[in-house]
Structures are given as C-alpha cells and as structure tokens.
Ligand binder design. Structure first.
Ligand SMILES: [Zn+2]
Length: 303
C-alpha cells in the first residue's frame, strides 16, 4: 500500500472524505480511506494498492468489465445505452479517422464503432487475456499494455476514448497529458467517469456506487476537472449526463447490503431487467437535471 500526494496540485495535505471497503469482495477485510485535497478539491484513495500482488487482488479474473459472450441481456442493454455515444463519435470523426481506446477490455465498444463504419481502430488493454479475447472474438487490433509500453507517433489520433478508465489509473494527469500529445491539433478525447457532484453521490454518501473502493483511485469534482484538463493541455468542449440507471441500481444495492438486506440486494443488479425498468426513470431524471452519476466529458486539444 502506498500513501500518495495530490495528483493535480502536488499537495500532501489531505482531509478524510470517507472510509470504505471492497463491496464486491467481502473476503478483503481492509478498510480504505478516501481523501480530499483541501487545496484543489481532487478526491483520491490513499494509501492505495500499488504492488503487482496488491493490484491482482483487487482485479480478479472475474472482474466484470471482461464480458462473457453469453451475457446477452447485458450486451443488448449496453448497445442501447451506447447509441448516443456512438452517434457523437460518428459525428466528430470520418471513416478514416484513427481512433484509440485505452482500456478497451474485450473490444465490445470498438466492435460497435466498426459496425458504424469506423475502420482505423486501435485498443490498448492492461489485461492480456481480455486483449486476446478482443482479437479472437472481433478480429480487432487490441494490444496488451499501457500507453507507455506501445510507441505511438505524436499527433496521430483524431480521437482517444477512455470509458470508465480514468478513475482507475495511478496518474490521471500524466495520462491526459500523454493523450493530448497523441491527438492531432483539434482532436478529441472523450472519457466517461463517475460524477461525484451527482444526486446519487449526495443521497447515498459512503454507499455511493461511484466510489468503487478500492478500484477507483480518483474522483473528479467538476471544478477539479476543468483545471486538470487545462494543465494536461486539453479544453472541455462538452459534459454530457448519462441517463443510465446503473449508479442508482448499484448504490441501492450497496445501501441494502450494508444494512444486512443481502437477499434483497442480490435482486437489485443491472443484470436484472426488472431492476433496470424500476430505476430507469430516476436515471433519466438525474440526466435531465444535469446531475447524473455518470458523465461523458468531451475534451479537445486546442487547434
Ligand atoms: Zn490538490
């Protein structure tokens, strides 16, 4: 476990925001602490898992971003949820645009972009097993590794995507700076992150699904986001509030489980169509009020 300083302003001062534990692995008895930087407002896990052994412990092989082929309802739901995002990407690129996805998992989203005519796609994925599945299942160019492992020419991408990735990274500022260099002037970086300024974060407190202790190393209040992007060489173009009910569902499950209602909690999952139908109106309402638990940030490298 490693104690860290603020990734944005470098300050070592911290204020305890809340404690948490791994809700998806109750064998892990450790209590984690989320800190907030009093200077800039960035929220981060410290101390945090750091060694390869500690990281393997919090990302077991069953980690659910690595989707199996049989989860048809989930896949169908995701493709519906992806529609606005795909439309957005299609509108901002041409079929010839080079597109990079960081943390592309088993390649489902890249495959969806290819169905929409995007041909020059590259994925990077930390899990070599997920990368192999992406290559075999979809015939995509997905390489195992991180941004530093693969030499990519500066200014060579029209778009870099990170979907539910930035909050997991050890150095978000460093990664965004590298992304800005990889983009051509005027190119876009689009990333999806949990929104700590949301209805659900306020209502559920330490049971909020977006905390995902200990896998989320960072959370970004929106005022922090503006500074973080500026210092990385990017500008915010647009913030889109996602109408998906997932954060309502996950937070309700965590809230129930923490109070011993484990049988009921098992029912409240996004794999359950009834739970999705029940929480969809709340997800939509949060999005309409621009207070969704998940936001998509569209940033641009100044031309
Ligand atoms: Zn700070």
């Amino acid at each position: 476990m490693k104690t860290i300083t603020c990734n944005l302003c470098g300050s070592s001062e911290q204020r305890l925001l809340c404690t948490g534990y791994d809700r998806d692995n109750l064998q892990n008895r450790r209590v984690y602490t989320l800190q907030q930087c009093p200077g800039c407002g960035l929220v981060y896990l410290s101390p945090r898992p750091d060694t390869p052994e500690e990281l393997a412990e919090i990302y077991p092989a069953t980690y659910d971003s690595y989707m199996g082929e049989r989860q048809r309802f989930l896949m169908w739901m995701r493709r519906i949820a992806w529609r606005p995002e795909v439309r957005e990407i299609v509108a901002r690129t041409t079929p010839e645009s080079p597109i990079l996805e960081l943390g592309s998992a088993t390649g489902e989203f890249l495959a969806e972009l290819r169905r929409h005519g995007r041909a020059r796609l590259l994925g990077l994925e930390l899990s070599s097993e997920a990368a192999r599945i992406a290559r075999e299942r979809h015939g995509l160019d997905v390489r195992a590794g991180q941004l530093d492992d693969v030499p990519l020419p500066p200014g060579s991408f029209d778009l870099v995507l990170m979907r539910h990735v930035l909050e997991h990274l050890p150095d978000p500022r460093g990664t965004l700076t590298r992304i800005a260099r990889l983009l051509r002037p005027g190119g876009f970086c689009i990333f999806t992150i949990p929104n700590i300024d949301s209805h659900t974060a306020r209502i559920f407190g330490r049971d909020w699904y977006g905390y995902q202790v200990p896998r989320h190393f960072f959370l970004f209040p929106q005022r922090v986001l503006v500074t973080l992007l500026e210092r990385s060489g990017l500008q915010i173009d647009q913030i889109i509030h996602n109408p998906a009910p997932n954060v309502w569902i996950g937070s309700t499950r965590f809230w129930l489980a923490a109070r011993g209602h484990t049988a009921l909690a098992r029912f409240v999952r996004y794999q359950n169509p009834l739970a999705v139908a029940a929480f969809a109106p709340l997800g939509l309402l949060s999005a309409l009020r621009r207070s969704s638990g998940v936001i998509r940030v569209i940033a641009r490298r100044p031309a």
